[in-house]
Design a protein around this ligand. Structure first.
Ligand code: SDX
Length: 430
């Protein structure tokens, strides 16, 4: 790329387009004035080569398999930090001092309760409603209860809404689970850390005391860290687009939850575990590998492949390690699904099809085995993804709202429909 311009030539005309370098990673060709200059749009379905915004939050190097939150490698944050520390980092841009962390934890802790009337929303759902459907409904409904933090032009209200979302998602997620299994809701406890409080709200029952296993709580907290943010993925782009119209943060997060639900995105953790269960045993793996490679078969290996990672997803490595820790702590010597997953990974990583297309396990490949071992039904897997990703969605939404250059997102199209034609009375139609 020449110094800081790219030349576009069409016919006998040419234009210089500004090239902007990032702090790390690919440069961008600024095409904001392209339509005004050339009368043409660019065309990039799925945004495979399009940067939708400028961001300083998360960086991914797909070839290297690198993931940084505000410059810190995910491996170090998962090893040495905890989820609320990563939340502070994603929101404010720096690791907190002890005083800052204590204050942040206190503020989140004292926002974990939800308005008592919100619990009535749950009774409107069937007991077998998918928990993600419940989350889309109840998170969107938060804007009906917290009018004092929906004015996005007010920095204080933006921060209060951010804290409320991070604090209340575990409470709503646990309530969705409890409603699903027909048990009474369990209130948050201020004496428990974030992950322990969530496990307690999910698995405690009124009949006896529930002691949170610290090893499992640590694993849950680490899983939250791994899922916290991931650049401009589909659900984050949905939150940004919804937010660009000025919609309130609760509505934007509800839109993100809806997008995350899809099996090609966050729904892949549920789909991956269902796939492993369907394969059932190691000897049936070749049949499914063949199906994944068959152009005429819509079957894909769930938990495999990624738009950005063309190397091993660094989160999948940490997740695999966490899976072994959790199974060991629970005394699960041999989990047939883990055997299938490990063998499937080994076979796929040595198969030309997957090697050529650079398809590696992603974060969703091992997470289902871990979450199932922790006691969650498969329908709750994507809810846990949404719980953790809320801080990423909020941080990206906040960055967009505070970006002076931001404007409403409004893509154009390549029109291939009918040219203008006149109305035909029905009597004349053939
Ligand atoms: C997440 O974007 C993010 O950052 C998302 C995420 C996050 O943290 O927010 O990382 C979370 O969504 C992880 C991805 C979870 N989804 C799955 O595991 C579902 C299975 N994977 C695929 O559906 C697919 O890999 C995607 C959707 C993840 C990526 O699709 P792309 O980038 O559009 O790639 P593609 O569909 O164009 O595939 C490229 C080729 C195709 O073959 P050809 O048409 O070129 O011959 O690879 C093939 C695909 O058929 N392929 C697969 C495959 N994934 C891609 N073949 C078999 N099994 C697969 N899983």
């Amino acid at each position: 790329m020449s110094d800081n311009t790219a030349k576009l030539t069409m016919g006998d005309k040419s234009w210089d387009l500004k090239v902007r370098p990032g702090s790390i990673g690919p440069d961008v060709v600024d095409i904001a004035s392209l339509y005004a200059q050339t009368g043409c749009f660019t065309y990039d379905p799925g945004f495979t080569s399009t940067a939708s915004c400028e961001s300083a939050i998360t960086y991914i190097d797909g070839d290297e398999g690198t993931l940084l939150y505000r410059g810190y490698p995910i491996e170090q944050l998962a090893e040495h930090g905890d989820f609320l520390e990563s939340c502070y980092l994603l929101l404010y841009g720096e690791l907190p001092t002890k005083a800052q962390k204590d204050d942040f934890v206190h503020r989140v802790t004292y926002h974990t309760m939800i308005h008592e009337q919100m619990s009535r929303f749950f009774t409107g759902f069937r007991r077998d409603a998918h928990p993600m459907a419940i989350m889309v409904g109840t998170v969107g409904a938060l804007s009906a209860f917290y009018h004092d933090s929906t004015d996005i032009s007010d920095p204080h209200q933006r921060m209060v809404a951010s804290l409320r979302m991070i604090a209340k998602m575990p409470t709503l997620a646990a309530m969705a689970y409890k409603y699903h299994v027909g048990q009474p809701f369990v209130y948050p406890r201020n004496d428990l850390d974030y992950a322990s409080n969530f496990l307690h709200m999910c698995f405690a029952v009124p009949c006896e005391e529930y002691k949170v296993n610290p090893v499992l709580a640590r694993a849950m907290d680490r899983i939250f860290i791994l899922h916290a943010d991931h650049e401009q993925n589909a659900s984050t782009s949905t939150v940004r687009l919804a937010g660009s119209s000025g919609a309130n943060p609760f509505a934007c997060i509800a839109a993100g939850i809806a997008c995350l639900w899809g099996p090609a995105h966050g729904g892949a953790n549920e789909a991956a575990l269902n796939m492993l269960s369907e394969i059932g045993s190691v000897d049936r793996i070749p049949e499914y590998i063949a199906r994944a490679k068959d152009k005429n078969d819509p079957f894909r290996l769930m938990g495999f492949g990624h738009r950005v990672y063309k190397n091993y997803d660094p989160r999948a490595r940490i997740m695999q390690k966490t899976t072994h820790e959790v199974l060991a702590e629970l005394g699960i010597r041999d989990d047939p699904l883990l055997d299938v997953a490990m063998e499937l990974e080994k076979i796929a990583l040595n198969d030309d099809y997957f090697v050529e297309k650079k398809l590696y396990p992603n974060i969703d490949f091992y997470s289902g085995i871990t979450l199932r071992a922790l006691g969650f039904p498969t329908t709750m897997f994507t809810v846990l993804f949404a719980l953790a990703r809320t801080v990423g969605w909020i941080a990206q939404w906040k960055e967009m709202v505070e970006d002076p250059s931001q404007k409403i997102g409004r893509p154009r199209q390549l029109y291939t429909g009918a040219a203008q034609r006149d109305y035909l009375p029905i009597s004349q139609r053939r």
